[in-house]
Each structure stands twice: as structure tokens, then as C-alpha cells.
Design a protein around this ligand. Structure first.
Ligand code: FES
Ligand code: FES
Length: 173
């Protein structure tokens, strides 16, 4: 039997009838067609499906759509402002943190609340924040650098190239 839910997603209110077993990730991707949220493991391990629920990162593959009833969800589609990448996205581009792109929405949605909070973190603390997001292909160094650039509140510049000087040199991974 379907359940009626009302969810605010990226500032827009949606009223839908859904099966109680429908995952929030499937609701977002299939019902709302917001396919920027990716699904990897579907077991809460990889972090690719991370979205913000009332401002907090959650795994959309571990939640049911009915659990989002009455709540606010933010997906990666909401980060760009007026068609322009937001500062965190710009930092990912400038520092080559995008890499394969499959996991990137999850990294962005995990880091965005930290950027919004305006806190400064050490590299180790950034790694702790993103410890629930898996990259299968390259590594995490550029992602850490991108996070630090965004946390520093520095512009990536009009040409998208960041000044690499704030970062220590070192190996990737
Ligand atoms: S798809 Fe949700 S954590 Fe991997
Ligand atoms: S950059 Fe996405 S899995 Fe490695």
C-alpha cells in the first residue's frame, strides 16, 4: 500500500505516493529524476549516495523515502548557483579533485556542511570528514586539497586555476 509523503528537495516541495519500501536514493533518482546523486554499493559503504537531510549528510541508500516525509533534502544539483559552480565545486575543479566524477557528488555533499560552517580543519581532519566516502580509482590528495581551498575561502580564479602555494607537496593517495 502506498504512503503519501511530502518532501522538500532543493527548495521545491514534492507530494508523492510511494511504496514504503522505496529507498530515498531511488526516490531521488527515479521519481524526481535528480540523477546527480549516484548509487554505488547500496549498502552504506561507499558514500556515493550522500545527500543532506535537514542539513546533515546521510546515505540515501540506507533511508526509505517515507523517512524523509516532512523533511528537507538537498542534492548535488542544488550546489551550483545561477548556473555557476559554487566555491566548493570550483575548488574541486581547480585542484583536480573531480577525477572520475562518480563519487564526486558524495564528496561534495559530505564537505558542503563543513564549508558552510566556516571552520578550518587540518588535512587529517578533512580526511576524517571524508572517511566515509570511497574513491576506487585514484586517491584522495586532490580532494583534500580542494576541501582546504574551499575551507580557506579562497577564489579558484576566473580561469579555474588555483594557486597551489597553500598546500604542501607530497605524494598522491
Ligand atoms: S550507494 Fe549508498 S553508501 Fe554506497
Ligand atoms: S574519483 Fe571517483 S571513484 Fe575515484
Amino acid at each position: 500500500m502506498s504512503r503519501h509523503i511530502e518532501v522538500e528537495v532543493n527548495g521545491q516541495r514534492y507530494a508523492r505516493s510511494v511504496e514504503p519500501r522505496l529507498l530515498l536514493s531511488d526516490f531521488i533518482r527515479h521519481d524526481l529524476r535528480l540523477t546527480g546523486t549516484h548509487v554505488g554499493c547500496e549498502h552504506g559503504v561507499c558514500g556515493a549516495c550522500t545527500v543532506l537531510l535537514d542539513g546533515e549528510p546521510v546515505r540515501a541508500c540506507l533511508m526509505l523515502a517515507v523517512q524523509a516525509d516532512g523533511h528537507s533534502v538537498r542534492t548535488v544539483e542544488d550546489l551550483a548557483e545561477d548556473g555557476e559552480l559554487n566555491p566548493l565545486q570550483e575548488a574541486f575543479r581547480a585542484c583536480h579533485g573531480l577525477q572520475c566524477g562518480f563519487c564526486t557528488p558524495g564528496f561534495l555533499m559530505t564537505l558542503q556542511p563543513v564549508v558552510d560552517a566556516g571552520v578550518k580543519l587540518t588535512d587529517d581532519e578533512v580526511r576524517e570528514v571524508i572517511s566515509g566516502n570511497l574513491c576506487r580509482c585514484t586517491g584522495y590528495q586532490q580532494i583534500v586539497e580542494a576541501a582546504q581551498l574551499a575551507l580557506a575561502g579562497e577564489s579558484a580564479g576566473a580561469d579555474g586555476e588555483a594557486d597551489p602555494s597553500p598546500y604542501p607537496s607530497g605524494g598522491k593517495g
